[in-house]
Design a protein around this ligand. Structure first.
Ligand SMILES: Cc1ncc(COP(=O)(O)O)c(C=O)c1O
Length: 386
């Protein structure tokens, strides 16, 4: 038996359904399925709007550029998390923001609220990117109250937190814009794919235009007409007039088809992953791991654990590999210790982010693992302590 970090969530029935659809359809991209998936996703997360694109990284790129064009930013400073993913941060570097790194919370490894407030006082940034590390909600209400106190655009990288909840609502529904990833091995997958959610019509319209070249074709007809009138565009020029300098970050209707298949099992998958997570938390004895409070319902991609020290992690990893249990570094550790960051801004150190970097590792969580499997994995980890 091999215990894999990621298992296929797209099952044979999904593929059969997809093949059936492919034989019938005439519209492979920019079709109704994309719109339907966006509608169902927005509803599931609990926001007014959602825009489907081709990866979580593209979702972050769209979110960052939309913030720049439409976020009424007071400056180009942005606070970014140290534990997350490179593309949580890289769009801001690419668009000429000044990124300021924040340490990780000692419990959930999201933004450390104390450090965040220090940075807000010192830099008065226009935007903050919070993060839901591996599907464990961060201190969302505390971050929201800082937003009220200091005034900034709140973005949320929820790429790894599909289905996680905070105070009875899905994460990704608390910010001005949030991003999700449907990469293979995530809670729900469209093979590759991403989504940006928002409640703002202004930001939604910009997201739609920026996703597709900058044209107005994907806007509702009233909004598109308003743009045409504003710029005096006639009917012949209408489909190929570019209102903003856009990208092409679209996905296809094939991927949207898979997304709609995912929606059918989204609640069930979230429950299984949450239950698996609890089995780990209740049975791991010798390692630390992300904590959550009673407002939070985790839905993890993998179980993120922290060994006592570097040597302990080495022992655990050796035992895991010996027992056919796949493992890896905890996300990317501390992003402030990667060349993409320190070549430009210097090394970033913070006790929790550094601990994640040097002692963190992943244990498998996916919906095909049983309670028995997880108990076996916890035994292997527990035994690696001396
Ligand atoms: C927090 C976070 N943000 C962004 C991404 C990027 O998503 P994608 O791989 O779909 O580009 C990931 C990928 O796992 C992630 O974990």
């Amino acid at each position: 038996m091999q215990y894999k970090l990621a298992e296929k969530i797209i099952n044979p029935q999904d593929i059969t359904n997809l093949i059936g659809w492919l034989k019938e359809t005439v519209q492979y991209t920019k079709g109704e399925l994309t719109v339907e998936f966006e509608k169902q996703w927005a509803q599931w997360i609990g926001t007014k709007y959602a825009v489907f694109c081709n990866s979580g990284s593209s979702a972050n790129l769209l979110m960052a550029y939309t913030a720049l064009l439409g976020g009424d930013l007071k400056n180009k400073k942005v606070i970014v998390p140290s534990v997350g993913w490179v593309t949580t941060i890289s769009p801001f570097i690419q668009f000429g923001f000044e990124p300021i790194m924040c340490g990780a919370d000692k419990n959930n490894f999201g933004l450390d609220v104390g450090h965040l407030e220090e940075l807000l006082k010192k830099h008065d940034p226009a935007a903050v990117v919070m993060i839901q590390v591996l599907g464990i909600p961060s201190n969302i209400y505390q971050i929201k109250s800082l937003q009220e106190k200091y005034g900034f655009l709140l973005l949320d990288d929820a790429c790894a937190a599909l289905g996680a909840e905070y105070d009875g609502k899905k994460v990704g529904s608390f910010s001005d814009m949030s991003s999700f990833s449907f990469y293979f091995g995530h809670q729900l997958s469209t093979i590759e794919g991403g989504m940006v959610n928002t409640n703002s019509k202004k930001l939604y319209d910009l997201l739609l235009m920026l996703r597709s070249h900058g044209w107005g074709k994907d806007l509702d007809s009233e909004t598109e007409s308003a743009f045409m009138q504003k710029y005096g565009i006639d009917e012949f020029h209408k489909p190929f007039t570019f209102f903003v300098p856009g990208f092409n970050l679209r996905s296809t209707d094939l991927n949207a088809f898979l997304g709609l298949e995912m929606m059918k099992k989204a609640d069930e998958v979230s429950t299984v992953r949450m239950e698996n997570h609890m089995v780990y938390a209740q049975n791991l004895k010798t390692v630390d791991f992300q904590k959550w409070n009673n407002l939070s319902k985790p839905c993890s991609i993998s179980f993120g654990a922290i060994a006592k020290n570097v040597a302990h992690r080495k022992r655990i990893v050796t035992q895991l590999v010996k027992n056919n249990i796949e493992t890896r570094l905890f996300s990317a550790g501390n992003l402030g210790l990667h060349p993409f960051w320190f070549e430009g801004y210097g090394k970033f150190n913070h006790p929790i982010s550094d601990k994640v970097h040097s002692c963190g590792f992943f244990l498998p969580n996916n919906e095909s693992l049983t309670k028995k499997d997880i108990l076996y994995i916890t035994q292997v980890v527990n035994k690696s302590y001396d």
